[in-house]
Structures are given as C-alpha cells and as structure tokens.
Design a protein around this ligand. Sequence first.
Ligand code: UD1
Ligand code: CA
Length: 468
Amino acid sequence: MVELMDSNKGRQSLAVVVLAAGKGTRMKSALPKVLHPIAGKPMLAHVVDTARNLNAKRISVVYGHGGEAVPEAVAGDDLQWALQAEQLGTGHAVAQAMPGIEEDIVLVLYGDVPLIQAETLQRFVETVDANTLALMTLTMDDPSGYGRIIRDAAGKVQRIVEQKDANDAEKSVKEINTGILACPGKFLAAVLPKLSSNNAQGEYYLTDVIAMAVAEGLQVRAAQPDFAWEVDGVNDRVQLSRLERIYQRVQAEALMRAGVTLADPARLDVRGNISVGTDLYFDVNVVLEGDVTLGSNVVIGPNVVIRNSIIGDNVHIEANSHVDGARIDADSQIGPYARIRPGTELARKTKVGNFVETKKAIVGEGSKINHLSYVGDAQIGKDVNIGAGTITCNYDGVNKSQTIMKDGAFIGSNSSLVAPVTIGNNATVGAGSTVSKDVPDGHLAVARGLQRNIKGWSRPSKKDAKKD
Ligand code: UD1
Ligand code: CA
C-alpha cells in the first residue's frame, strides 16, 4: 500500500529552485561564491547536475551577486535563470523564481550546499504530495547560527525560528533547518507574497512558510540526509576545503569498490567522470580530470595526471607522467616522465619512455619512442623504433606539417625529421641525421657531416695557456 502511494507521488511533476544569489563575503574573493570549485567544478554546477538526476521538469536558478558571471559559468539550455537584484532573504529569493512554475512540487536547494546527493533528494521528494511539506533537518551538537526546528508537545513540527530571532529556550533546540525543503508549488506560490520582513534581520524568510503550512493544515514532515556532509554549506575557504576532502574520499571509496586498489585513498584526486575496469592499482598522488576511462589491470605510478583520455587494459603509466586527450591501447607502457598531449593515439603494445613529448601522434602497434623525443603531427606505422633524441620538426614558424614513418622504420638517435617528410617501410635513418627529403622504402638515409680523424692531434696543455 505504501509502495502504491509512493509510485503515485513519483508521477507528480517537479521543479527545482536553486538559490545562488548570496554574496559570500567570507570567501574574500572576486569570484562569486557559488562558482568556487569542488573537484574542479563550480559548486553550483554540482547542485545543478544533482537536480538533473531528479527528472525535474524545470530547474530554476536564482542569481544576483556576481551578476551574469554565474549563468555564464554554469551553462545549460535546460536552466531557467531568475535575477534577484537585491538579496532580501531566502523567501524573497524563491519568490523570484516562482513566475512560470506550474509544477506540482517545488524543491528548494542551495548553490553553496554542493554535496547533497540525488538519492537522498529522490526519497525526500517522494514524501511530498498536495497536502505535505517536507523539511530536511539535522540534529547538531552545536546548532548555533542555524534556524531551529520548533515542535509541539506531540513532536509535530510547528515552525522554524532563526538564531537571531530565538529566545534562550528556542536556542537550546539542537534540531536545525538545513534549508532544503519541498512542498506543493501552488501552496508556495500562494504564501510567498504573504511573507513579512518584520524580524531581526529585516529579511523575507523562507522558513516562515513552515508555520503557514501548519496553519493551512498541511502535514509537515522532517527528514534527515544519510550523511551530515550532504547538507554542509560553504561560507569560507576552510569549509570549501573540508567539503573537497569529503568529496574526494567518496570518489576514492567508489573507485575501491569498483575494483581499484589505492596506495592511499587520501592521495588521489578525481575531478571529473571516471570509469574503470577491475584490478587496477594507483600509487600515490594520482590526479584524474575530465572524462577518463581506464581498462582492467591498469597500473598508475606516483604523481601521474590523466585528463580526458581512454586507457586500455594492462597499460602501465609510470611515475610523473602527464597524459591529456589521448587514447592508449592495451598492453602499452608509458613513462616515467612522459608527456602525452592531445591527439595522441597509441596502438597496442607501444612504449613511450622518459622525457618524450607526443602531440597529434598516431602510433602503430609495437612501436617504441623510448627516450628524450618530441613527436608531433606524426603518423607512425607498426614496429617503428624511434631513437633517443629524435625530433619531428613540425613547425616552420607559420604552418604545422606531418611526419610519416612507415612500418618497420628505424630512426637513429639524435635525428631531426623536417616535416613534411616520409620515412618509408623498413627504411633507416642514421644517427644524427637531419632528414628533409623523403626516404624510400628499405633505404638508409645518412644526412650528417662526414667524420674526419686527425692523426697525432695534441690537446692544449695548461702551460700553453696565456697568463694574465
Ligand atoms: C538559512 C535559513 C536557516 C538555515 C540555514 C542553513 C532562512 C531564513 N534561514 O539561514 O534556517 O538553518 O540557511 O544554512 O532561510 N540567498 C539568496 N538570496 C537571498 C538570501 C539568501 O539567494 O536574498 C541564498 C544564499 O546565497 C545561500 C542561501 O540562500 O545560498 C542561504 O542564505 P543564508 O543567508 O546563508 O541563510 P542563513 O542565514 O544561513
Ligand atoms: Ca548560510
């Protein structure tokens, strides 16, 4: 029976209103508070993404302080923006978003409460119907600063009193208002215009709608989040850093549950969307950014950054490597100290070693670039061996040109390949060559000064040196 009711409620349409107009004085920042990042993404974007997971018909964001920078930074065609030119209180803020809201249920969230979880909100919203208002509350050892939940003798929620308006008895209440609430849209639209600012802060308090709901005979339910950190707000950079660590711990635990062994869960940073196979191992200080896909049995050494890349099974990325915008296929080995730049595609069983930089390099199966090279704008076939110190000279100061190395080519150490240039199948370049003409299949190219050996050469000695 309960299930049936819940599924009926699930069919009610939902509008989410995110409050993000506040000033954030204590951030001491030119950047609007809600744009400060958690895991590289603005706090407000976290809240908006969570709202998107709720199947809301409408997501409205109330902005004000920080002006157009806020809508510019958090883009999305699915968002409605309501300007609150003056910050006259949370009730006034919600009122700015109400025109146009016709959904059954309105859920109020906060741009500076970034870690609220979609599952918690889903359950929360499902308790609301045309006759119910739901309030997210928390019991705290130290409730100071928060609005207090005032219940009657029977334990029913009656109203919320703000800290600054509370008497001593009310201040002793440890159940606080997190600010998150959900209620029928029609009710909210009807009562918001009735709010008064006759209180200690001279603001229009959203919290006053609780007593109005009770007066109108609505049932007021209080629910708690699974984790207290879900409703933690950010007012300064100390709190921001705490939530960052909590967020990172949650990411690390999710990765461990998915099959990744972490040398130290406190020394991993995830700033994006990561998908993994099983039996991976990350050493300390790994940073993953953007969209990163890692296959099974991937091993990542210490101090490695991987951004927007797809890494195949059994790939080893050794210490201090930086991988950005790349595809690295199975069984390849990268680093230590490799820099893999956007547009690099490494086929299976490739090796890119220390102090090698690649950019827009398509590298065939089994090819090796083991030491000290720059390989950019290059197409490299299978089983190509690129010797230490090889440089593709891809830039003439105006244009970028391609270097092509065909299957089985062997490039001797310290060679410069002046693009556009093609090294043929199984062709060889002698060490120290500057190659500016194509090398046909199977040929050896040697392009360097001829060696002279001078017989009986004696080096200058100390007594010959001129004395001052
Ligand atoms: C509010 C609640 C309080 C609760 C606390 C939880 C009210 C009156 N009080 O208090 O019961 O315990 O949050 O943190 O609601 N905002 C606007 N426009 C405004 C005012 C605020 O967008 O005119 C936004 C702020 O940017 C912020 C949020 O609303 O994200 C809460 O505002 P804040 O001033 O921090 O409310 P509190 O006084 O902390
Ligand atoms: Ca606050």
